[in-house]
Design a binder for this molecule. Structure first.
Ligand SMILES: *Cc1c(COP(=O)(O)O)cnc(C)c1O
Length: 452
C-alpha cells in the first residue's frame, strides 16, 4: 500500500468523525489514542507531560471534542464549566448562535478575500469598531492574533516616530507584561524565562515596574538626558498574564500625561481586557484614558474565528496612508473573521455583556473572598475587575494543587503565564449565577481538602 493511500485513509477517518454529530465510545478511544500518539510523535511530547498533572488519575489530560454555552465536553462526554475562557477568548460564550450564523452565512458566498478587489466586510468592521472604541481611535489594521496586533502597533508607532519624532527608537514596557512571543512582541513581554534564549530581541526596550509612575517618569527623564527619544509606551490597562494586576488609581492617566509631554505614542494592549472582560467594553474606559493605539484579539472573534485589530488615531495612523503596504498580512481581516467580529460586537451590545461582567464579576469576587476566609495560610490575595479575577497563592505548588482539585470538579482554570502563583478566573461573560455558585462551592471544598 502506498504511503498516500494510508494518509488518505487516515484523513478519511478523521473527517468522518468531524462530520458526526456525536462520537461513540469506540470513536472516543480511537481519538484519545491518536491524540496522545500525535502529540508524542508529531506535536511536542512536552505538552503531555505538562497537561498530565491536571488529571485525576495522573493519566493524560482529557481530550476535548465539543463546546457550547459556558463550557466544554470531552470525547467521553464529561462536561466542564469554563473558568479559563481559553485565556479570555470566550466572552460571548462558546459558539454563540449569532456568531456561528454570521460565519456560516459568509461562508455561503465567500471565505477569503481576493487581495485585489476591495473587501467590504473589512470596511464595515472598521466602521463598527471605530464607533465603539473610546476617543478618536479611528483606523483599524486587522490581524490574526494578539501577537500580530502588537507587532503592528510597534511598527505604526515606529513609523509615526520616524516622521514626527526622529530617531525615537526606545519603547517603555512594564515588568509583568505579556504582549506575545514573536521577536518584536517578546521584547515587550517581561518573563525572563521566555526571553533569555532569544536575546537580543527588538532593540530599545526598557521595562519599568507596573503601576510605579515615578519610575516611569524617571525613565523618561533618563532617556531624554542620554538623547534617547521614546517612541512609545506599551502596557496593559490590567495585566493579565502578570497575575491579574490592577494599576493604582490614576496611573493610566498619569502615563498618558507623560506620553503627551514627551511626544511618545501610548499603546494599550487590550488583547485580554477588551470586549467587555473587565466590566466595560474596554478597560481603559474605566479610568477614561484614551491611548493612541489600542490592540485587540482574543475575544474579538467571538471565540469562533481568530481575529485581532490594531486601531489608532488618525494622527498616529496617517503615516501608513502613503504606502498601505508598509505593513500587511494575507489572512488578517478576512471575510469570515470580520463576519465573526461584527456579530461579536452585536452580541456584546445586545446582551449588555460588559455591564453583566461588572455585575457577575463583583458577585464572583466577593464569593471567592468569602470562600477563602480562614485559609489565609494558603491564599495570599484575591483580586480582579469584572470577570478578570486572579487568585494568588503563597506558593506555586499550592496554586497547582488547587487548579488540579478544581479541574477534578469539572471546572477548567489555569495559571497565568508570567506569574505561576496566580490562577485566573476568566469565564464567558455569559456564565450563569448557578454556575458561579457551583465554582464557589467547589473552590471552598478544594481549599478545605488542601488543608488536610
Ligand atoms: C494573549 C495575549 C497576547 C497575545 O495574543 P495571541 O493571540 O496569543 O498572540 C498579547 N497581549 C495580551 C495582553 C494577551 O493576553
Amino acid at each position: 500500500m502506498s504511503k498516500n493511500t494510508e494518509v488518505r485513509e487516515f484523513i478519511g477517518k478523521v473527517l468522518g468523525l468531524v462530520e458526526k454529530e456525536s462520537v461513540t465510545k469506540e470513536d472516543a478511544a480511537w481519538i484519545t489514542a491518536q491524540t496522545i500518539e500525535g502529540f508524542r510523535e508529531n506535536v511536542n511530547p512536552g505538552f503531555l507531560e505538562y497537561r498530565k498533572t491536571v488529571t485525576e488519575d495522573q493519566g493524560f489530560a482529557a481530550v476535548e471534542w465539543s463546546d457550547g454555552g459556558n463550557g466544554f465536553k470531552d470525547v467521553n462526554g464529561n462536561t466542564y464549566i469554563d473558568c479559563l475562557g481559553g485565556y479570555g477568548i470566550y466572552n460571548v460564550g462558546h459558539r454563540h448562535p449569532k456568531v456561528v450564523k454570521a460565519v456560516k452565512d459568509q461562508l455561503q458566498h465567500q471565505a477569503l478575500h481576493s487581495q485585489d478587489l476591495l473587501d467590504p466586510l473589512r470596511a464595515m468592521l472598521a466602521k463598527a469598531l471605530a464607533a465603539i472604541v473610546p476617543g478618536d481611535l479611528k483606523y483599524s489594521f486587522f490581524t490574526n492574533s494578539g501577537t500580530e496586533s502588537i507587532e503592528a502597533a510597534l511598527k505604526i508607532a515606529k513609523l509615526y516616530a520616524y516622521k514626527h519624532n526622529p530617531v525615537a527608537s526606545t519603547f517603555i514596557a512594564t515588568v509583568g507584561a505579556f504582549h506575545g512571543k514573536s521577536l518584536g512582541s517578546l521584547a515587550g513581554t517581561a518573563r525572563g524565562a521566555f526571553r533569555k534564549p532569544f536575546m537580543s530581541l527588538l532593540q530599545g526596550f526598557r521595562h519599568v515596574l507596573y503601576g510605579d509612575i515615578d519610575m516611569m517618569r524617571k525613565t523618561f527623564e533618563a532617556c531624554a538626558a542620554v538623547g534617547e527619544n521614546v517612541a512609545g509606551v506599551i502596557l496593559e490597562p490590567i495585566q493579565g498574564e502578570g497575575g491579574i494586576i490592577l494599576p493604582p488609581k490614576g496611573y493610566l492617566k498619569a502615563v498618558r500625561e507623560l506620553c503627551d509631554e514627551y511626544g511618545a505614542v501610548l499603546i494599550f494592549d487590550e488583547v485580554q481586557t477588551g470586549m467587555g472582560r473587565a466590566g466595560s467594553m474596554f478597560a481603559c474606559e474605566i479610568e477614561g484614558v484614551v491611548p493612541d493605539i489600542m490592540c485587540l484579539a482574543k475575544a474579538f472573534g467571538g471565540g469562533v474565528m481568530p481575529i485581532g485589530a490594531t486601531i489608532a488615531s488618525e494622527k498616529v495612523f496617517a503615516p501608513m496612508f502613503d504606502n498601505p503596504f508598509m505593513h500587511t498580512t494575507t489572512f488578517g481581516g478576512n471575510p469570515l473573521a470580520c463576519a465573526a467580529a461584527l456579530a461579536t460586537i452585536d452580541v456584546l451590545l445586545e446582551e449588555n455583556l460588559p455591564a453583566r461582567a461588572a455585575e457577575v464579576g463583583e458577585y464572583f469576587l466577593k464569593g471567592l473572598k468569602e470562600a477563602a476566609k480562614g485559609h489565609e495560610d494558603l491564599v495570599m490575595e484575591i483580586r480582579g475587575q469584572g470577570l478578570m479575577i486572579g487568585i494568588e497563592f503563597h506558593k506555586d505548588e499550592v496554586g497547582y494543587e488547587a487548579s488540579k482539585g478544581i479541574f477534578e470538579k469539572g471546572i477548567v482554570v489555569a495559571g497565568t503565564l508570567v506569574n505561576s502563583k496566580t490562577i485566573r478566573i476568566e469565564p464567558p461573560l455569559t456564565i450563569t449565577y448557578e454556575e458561579v455558585d457551583y465554582v464557589l462551592k467547589s473552590f471552598k471544598e478544594v481549599l478545605e481538602n488542601l488543608k488536610k
